[in-house]
Design a protein around this ligand. Structure first.
Ligand SMILES: [Zn+2]
Length: 503
């Protein structure tokens, strides 16, 4: 563990430009002395800008980028970003051509006289494509996605290269994310060695032949480092666009599913993973969405209980994904970038209804272990989640891709994780770059403040920073591996065999 000074964190104030007052007073003195001459110069400058604007607009049109049109931007006023966001949050700007208007030194014209302009459009833009450095005094807006504040607050930055206790990452995707790449698998095992991850649980097993392939991929060399969860193939040989032809519509499907899960268990699969399409994607014969708590599926959950296979269920998604993608949406940038992640309208059930349906399933099957993925998709409301954990003793959660949520409420999250230390498992949603993986150690183990939860330039899951939880040793051990060893078949043996590679 080494400690260095913070280089980059979000969320602090922007640095005041100390030259600004001086420049303004210089400008004012000049204006008093040379008012008329300046007015003429300003008019000439405006004319030159308009001419350049016209040329650039034409150029953009010729390039075929004219259709980029007006983009919604969030105005980050220097006075108060919050006021800007609530009072006049979005402004429509001129076409892309307007994005590269040159600026003039603010000492030659007051900000109010500058024409509206903006940074480049999302599809063509990089900050460096802008010829003139941004200057908040010239009236141009800054696109939210280009905002890169460098806080002036000096904070400790702890680099935790290796988790404190052996880790079981119960939420990884070695089919979906790395597509059975042998190189990616081998490289990740080295990353696991470096970081103290003893075992990864791949949730992409499938069943039948795909499961055999997946097992061959992971277990060919690393039988002791990977555990696999099976998945249900709801469609089978049915045609994708005709849900009536899908296997799951047949009355015998739940019984066959239970048999196939038993076969998966014999093959070595440890649990069952349900993707969020269950509730948001898979269809019934009439084209409606399959209901999570449809009693037709009860034999499946019962079978998992009998087979000792925990059910890891991803239901719904963050609350922002069910809200309008407007200026009030706290994940506007992300949803603007990935509109396909939004479940607002479009015939989707309400998020609360999906979560309630999942909870009804958990209540009906007390002998089955349920692990609700991503903090049961309710990390935004830990009080509500506490209520569920109190009510359903067979409910557990895991924190993959939710350090962004937990870390913005560090006092509540710390209390929560200590109180429910036996009910929370560790997961990442990886494979991830090593920087991201190490942020999990930093978040759980240190008391570092105000740091980015991702290696990406712009925070990908909400525009904020997180704070470390410095969890007690006992909590960390439970979270990192003890709960997984107790709940998931195949983990304990692997942990016992594991010889940490010290580097
Ligand atoms: Zn996942």
């Amino acid at each position: 563990m080494s400690i260095v000074r913070s280089k980059r964190t979000f969320g602090g104030g922007r640095e005041a430009d100390s030259r600004f007052p001086e420049a303004v007073s210089r400008f004012r003195r000049k204006r008093e002395r040379h008012g008329a001459r300046l007015a003429l110069l300003a008019r000439l400058a405006l004319f030159a800008r308009l001419a350049l604007f016209a040329r650039l607009a034409l150029f953009t049109l010729l390039l075929g980028a004219g259709g980029l049109g007006a983009h919604t931007r969030i105005a980050w006023g220097q006075d108060s970003p919050n006021t800007a966001a609530s009072a006049a949050p979005t402004t429509l700007r001129p076409p892309a051509g307007a994005a590269v208007l040159p600026t003039q030194s603010s000492s030659s014209a007051p900000p109010s006289s500058a024409p509206p302009s903006s940074v480049p459009s999302p599809s063509t833009a990089t900050p460096s494509a802008n010829p003139a450095p941004l200057d908040g005094r010239d009236g141009r807006d800054l696109a939210l996605r280009l905002f890169r504040p460098e806080p002036s607050v000096k904070l400790r930055r702890t680099v935790v290269e290796r988790a404190r206790w052996p880790v079981v990452d119960i939420h990884t995707h070695f089919r979906v994310k790395t597509r059975h790449s042998v190189e990616a698998r081998d490289a990740y095992v080295e990353l696991m060695d470096r970081n103290g991850i003893a075992v990864c649980v791949s949730l992409d097993g499938g069943w039948g032949e795909p499961l055999e392939e997946h097992a061959a991929h992971l277990w060919e060399r690393y039988r002791d480092r990977f555990v696999i969860f099976a998945n249900i193939d709801w469609r089978g040989q049915g045609r994708e666009t005709e849900p009536a032809t899908w296997d799951c519509q047949r009355p015998e499907f739940p019984r066959i599913a239970a048999e196939r899960l038993a076969a998966a268990r014999r093959l070595g699969a440890s649990g069952l993973k349900l993707f969020k399409d269950f509730g948001l994607g898979y269809r019934d014969a009439t084209g409606g969405l399959l209901r999570v708590d449809d009693p037709r599926w009860d034999p499946i959950w019962e079978a998992c209980g009998k087979l000792g296979m925990p059910v890891l269920m991803h239901t719904a998604d963050p609350s922002a994904f069910f809200a309008p993608i407007d200026e009030k949406n706290e994940r506007w940038e992300e949803l603007h970038r990935r509109p396909d992640w939004s479940f607002h309208k479009g015939g989707f059930p309400a998020r609360a209804e999906l979560l309630a349906a999942r909870n009804r399933v958990i209540a009906r099957h007390p002998n089955t272990v349920f692990i609700a993925a991503h903090m049961a998709n309710d990390a935004e409301d830990l009080a509500e989640l506490s209520g569920w954990l109190d009510k359903y003793p067979n409910l557990h959660v895991e924190l993959a891709s939710r350090i962004s949520e937990l870390g913005r409420q560090p006092y509540s999250a710390r209390k929560f994780l200590i109180r429910y230390a036996d009910r929370v498992l560790f997961g990442t949603d990886g494979p991830w770059p090593e920087t991201r993986v190490r942020l999990y150690w930093r978040f759980l183990e240190t008391d570092d403040e105000n740091f980015a939860y991702s290696e990406k330039d712009f925070p990908p899951q909400g525009f904020w920073n997180i704070h470390g939880l410095f969890l007690p040793e006992e909590t960390l051990k439970k979270l990192y591996h003890e709960n997984a060893a107790r709940l998931i078949p195949g983990i304990r043996e692997r942990l016992e065999k594991w010889q940490p590679v010290r580097q």
